[in-house]
Design a protein around this ligand. Structure first.
Ligand code: ADP
Ligand code: XUL
Length: 569
């Protein structure tokens, strides 16, 4: 039998450049975690003055960006943390990583020569100050490109056509609409740009000292790639901006080698000169890898800054709702995903307003209230939401109206019937009910939209990840609402874990000179690795699950009405 083991005594580093932090996880050759580090943008790099890792532009509705150089300095800092703790970076055989999806970086004309001649005596941040044609990178939270979305959809023959071509209809946060906006509103920046990277390929570029390719998986989050052929789509490129293909470079599969680590890191941090940089990908695709999601009936729920729900399929059907990306560890398979903007930051907001700014109080409130919340239903939109999908014509108006909290009471709801319900809109609930309405609202919405998107219902099992998956009370609510067992992995950061796993996988594929199915790499030893999933909450009883089904039906009805009503305001 062919040997797929990893070289003894070698390590694999996974980084995750996310919205609020840069995280690192190191796996050994038995796929056990042997190191981790974290840089929080707001507190570890306070001079950038970000809040939650971002700038919310008060002058342009929906414009949200992050300082590109902050991500560079975070890389300087996290590698220094490893060095300062005497972690032996020489043992690292390969590095890969995750970027928050959709965010983009604009490399200035001439920047490739800066990138290839970095001085190891100086920090990266001190040498790359002049490498970008704009210092602020648009990120996934941005919703300022509605006009560009509609123009791009129109140019390719409609929203559904674009979705079937690229895997998603046009979304404000997607990179194509963001690029078109830059081309339209800052033409000098566009002209002065030699390469556009995603956050993922950007950090890979720093590591190889050259512009890295965009990987096919994260590339699907741009509205620019033909999802079936996995090449740039001429129609989508033309609909976006002139001369774009040249600025994007080539696409590469996620398991490919981006390059060897650049001499800068060998000299400054004692990396081995043979250390490989494997293509970086998006955080959600890497989470899929880190959660070892390989059964179509399984569902993953990631509770980070954004909340996402995803699963795998061999036969994706792109629609107006949801997204299709290639599977980063299976060259033929796909992942399907739903995304919510109102994730952890909205939970924090409700915690701060109603639960004394404490997760303990928040959890106590969840425990002391009953499932179905006495018929209290809430819609909590701190940020412009992606789901429910907004009808085309009213979209622009909705952007200013949909944000806010909306609460309803179904007076005599007992979970058995929707007949004869007395429904009222109210200003506020008591604090414990606010917390339950938020959590039930978020996960009912996920269950409803996931069912509508054709995801498994009930899922065979749910694997939860992301910062909030550390919260047992939240996991219990998920189990009751979906009627599935909920599992977690050793650390709530499956994106950097998945990146480390992909580093090992890419190393192995390179070694064998061909694509190796990832299951061949961890086959019989998965249970003994840091990737094994553990049961965290058992499925709720069937009767409650069906009562939640009824509650959900009513919620969707109110959601539709709310969208219509807000659309007219
Ligand atoms: P990202 O990768 O998008 O930057 P993370 O996955 O690191 O985000 O998640 C960060 C979020 O996790 C924080 O905003 C915080 O609200 C949430 N979080 C951390 N601990 C808890 C907890 N015990 N209960 C609920 N949420 C939590
Ligand atoms: C996915 C999305 C977010 C970001 C944030 O489409 O917009 O989940 O990847 O991490």
């Amino acid at each position: 039998m062919e040997d797929f083991s990893l070289p003894h005594d070698s390590f694999f580093l996974g980084l995750d450049s996310s919205t609020q932090s840069l995280k690192a996880t190191v796996l050994d050759s038995n796929l056990n975690i042997v190191g981790s580090e974290l840089v929080r943008f707001d507190s570890d790099l306070p001079h950038y003055k970000t809040k939650d890792g971002v700038y919310r532009d008060p002058s342009i509705n929906g414009r949200i960006v992050s300082p590109t150089l902050m991500w560079v300095e975070a890389l300087d800092l996290i590698l220094s943390k490893f060095s300062d703790s005497n972690f032996d970076l020489r043992k690292i055989a390969a590095v890969s990583g995750s970027g928050q999806q959709h965010g983009s970086v604009y490399w200035k004309n001439g920047s490739s020569s800066i990138l290839s001649s970095l001085d190891p005596k100086k920090r990266l941040v001190d040498q790359l100050g002049d490498a970008f044609s704009t210092k602020e990178s648009p990120i996934w939270m941005d919703s300022s490109t509605t006009e560009q979305c509609r123009e791009i959809e129109k140019a390719v023959g409609g929203a559904l056509e674009l979705s079937q071509l690229t895997g998603s209809r046009a979304h404000e946060r997607y990179t194509g609409p963001q690029i078109r906006k830059i081309f339209e509103t800052q033409p000098e920046v566009y002209q002065n740009t030699e390469r556009i990277s995603l956050v993922s390929s950007f950090v890979a570029s720093l590591l190889i000292g050259a512009h890295a390719c965009i990987d096919e998986t994260d590339g699907a989050g741009m509205n620019l790639m033909d999802i079936k052929k996995r090449v740039w789509s001429d129609r989508a490129l033309e609909a976006t901006a002139p001369g774009l293909e040249q600025k994007l470079g080539k696409l590469a599969p996620a398991h490919a080698v981006a390059g060897n680590i650049s001499p800068y890191f060998v000299e400054r941090f004692s990396f081995n000169k043979d250390c490989l940089i494997i293509q970086w990908s998006g955080d959600n695709p890497n989470s899929l890898a880190g959660l070892t999601l390989n059964t179509p009936g399984d569902l993953a729920i990631s509770l980070g800054t954004s909340d996402t729900v995803f699963g795998i399929t061999d036969d994706p059907q792109p629609r107006l709702e949801g997204h299709v990306f290639p599977n980063p560890v299976d060259t033929k398979g796909y992942m399907v995903m739903l995304v919510y903007k109102n994730g952890s930051l909205t939970r924090e907001d409700v915690r701060n307003r109603y639960a004394e700014k404490s997760w303990e109080t928040f959890n106590a409130f969840l425990q002391q209230t009953q499932p179905l919340n006495g018929g209290k239903l809430g819609f909590y939109y701190k940020e412009h939401e992606i789901l429910p999908p907004l009808p085309d014509l009213i979209c622009m108006y909705l952007l200013t109206c949909v944000v806010g909290f909306h609460r309803y009471i179904l007076e005599n709801f007992n979970g058995d019937t929707l007949e004869g319900l007395d429904e009222r809109e109210v200003e506020e609930f008591d604090p414990p009910s606010e917390v339950r309405a938020l959590i039930e609202g978020q996960f009912l919405s996920m269950r409803g939209h996931a069912e509508r998107f054709g995801m498994p219902s009930p899922p065979k099992r749910i694997i939860a990840t992301g910062g909030a998956s550390a919260n047992q009370s939240i996991l219990n609510s998920i189990a009751s609402i979906f009627g599935s067992d909920v599992y977690t992995v050793e650390r709530p950061d499956s994106a950097s874990l998945g990146a480390a796993l992909r580093a090992a996988h890419g190393w192995l594929c390179n070694q064998k000179g061909t694509f190796v199915p990832i299951s061949d790499m961890y086959k019989d030893k998965l249970g003994k690795t840091s990737l094994s999933c553990k049961l965290a909450a058992t499925a709720g009883d069937a009767q409650l699950v069906s009562k939640y089904g009824l509650f959900l039906k009513k919620r969707i009805e109110i959601e539709n009405r709310l969208v219509q009503r807000l659309g007219r305001c």
